[in-house]
Design a protein around this ligand. Structure first.
Ligand code: AMP
Ligand code: MG
Length: 339
């Protein structure tokens, strides 16, 4: 299949929207990461997303909308708390899980009785939803399991020849996937941390429960509230080992493990004491910058043939919780705590 590389000019967006209406797959920019979009109400189109990504069929997709009116046709009820959260954070990097309406194909919800919905803020992503006239089901546009793409070049790497088109809308501002919360039960529950932080959610709804899977490995055989959290995820081919400690302790530990194919993934400005090759992913004190740069840095490890990446552990506060959550999964929960 020929994959068209489209710009964000209006005529190209019309082409992409036509492809989407025809049941084809298009890589689209959002403020979080690039999405692999299809008409959410076309079960056959949605099924082809799973094939293109190699995604397990039991991992449901997020449905993207451009207008608040679209929400009411996709869900059976909109709880008061969800209305308040939508007011505060839509359009933006927040996904909410509702009880689903009958029009949602089972390919989208992966057999669950709920549906995840988000209104992205990226102008190109939103324009594509408007022009196509349909809600768009879109998981991240990577091959299943590896780090999400945060620019169009990374989507080409993973999807060239597998999908109809990719729309280049530049670098993603946030860089990690949306915050996912369940609003279908009594308490709002955080399933996946993102740029809309726990503190921001609490400022609107007061009480927020944090699902166990955010920071812990699921026990063998346990059921995941968010199926995506049960897989090793966001992982490059390189083995990632998270190292917790001061910059000096971190450097000493990494240097003691210097070997062929060993590298450091560290914070900006903390590379001076290292004797191994390194990549950086932002300042220790700037979690938003870490989020913005993390996935591209993980993909670069593989480009540079790194075998083992000792990775400086981020502090899990604010947006840092999202960075830490992704790195835990990239590392398959392999963490060294230097105390
Ligand atoms: P991705 O779009 O690739 O970031 O994946 C979507 C994420 O949202 C995955 O972690 C899914 O497990 C989660 N998700 C989507 N729909 C639901 C749902 N109905 N219930 C729980 N989690 C969901
Ligand atoms: Mg994904």
């Amino acid at each position: 299949m020929q994959t068209w590389l489209l710009t964000d000019r209006e005529e190209d967006l019309h082409k992409a929207a036509t492809l989407l209406r025809d049941g084809k797959l298009v890589g689209i920019p959002t403020e979080t990461v690039y999405g692999l979009a299809a008409d959410a109400l076309n079960g056959t189109a949605v099924a082809s997303i799973f094939v293109a990504k190699g995604r397990p069929m039991d991992n449901p997709l997020i449905v993207h909308i451009a207008q608040m009116q679209q929400l009411s046709s996709l869900v059976t009820e909109i709880p008061e708390q969800a209305k308040a959260l939508a007011n505060a954070f839509w359009p933006g990097p927040l996904t909410m899980i509702f009880k689903k309406a009958d029009c949602i194909p089972q390919e989208v919800s992966a057999g669950l009785d709920t549906v995840a919905v988000r209104m992205p803020s990226h102008p190109v992503g939103r324009r594509l939803i408007e022009l196509s006239g349909c809600p768009l089901a879109a998981p991240s546009a990577n091959r299943s399991g590896i780090p999400s793409p945060t620019n169009a070049r990374r989507v080409v790497e993973d999807m060239d020849g597998r999908i109809a088109a990719i729309v280049d809308g530049g670098d993603c501002a946030v860089g990690v996937e949306s915050t996912v919360i369940d609003v279908s039960g009594e308490r709002v529950r955080l399933l996946r941390p993102g740029a809309v932080t726990v503190e921001m959610l609490q400022s609107v709804v007061g009480d927020v429960e944090i699902d166990d899977a955010v920071l812990n490995q699921l026990a063998e055989g346990a059921t995941a509230a968010s199926p995506g959290m049960k897989y090793k995820h966001y992982a490059p081919s390189a083995r990632v080992i998270l190292v917790k400690g001061t910059p000096t302790a971190y450097a000493a530990y990494v240097n003691a493990h210097a070997d062929d194919g060993v590298a450091a993934l560290c914070f900006d400005g903390e590379e001076q004491e290292l004797t191994v090759p390194y990549l950086t992913y932002g300042s220790r004190h700037d979690a938003a910058q870490q989020a913005h740069r993390l996935f591209d840095a993980l993909r670069r490890l593989d480009e540079q043939g790194v075998r083992v990446a000792y990775t400086a552990c981020p502090s899990p506060e604010g947006v840092g919780l999202a960075v830490y959550n992704r790195l835990l999964r990239a590392a398959g929960f392999e963490v060294v705590d230097l105390g």
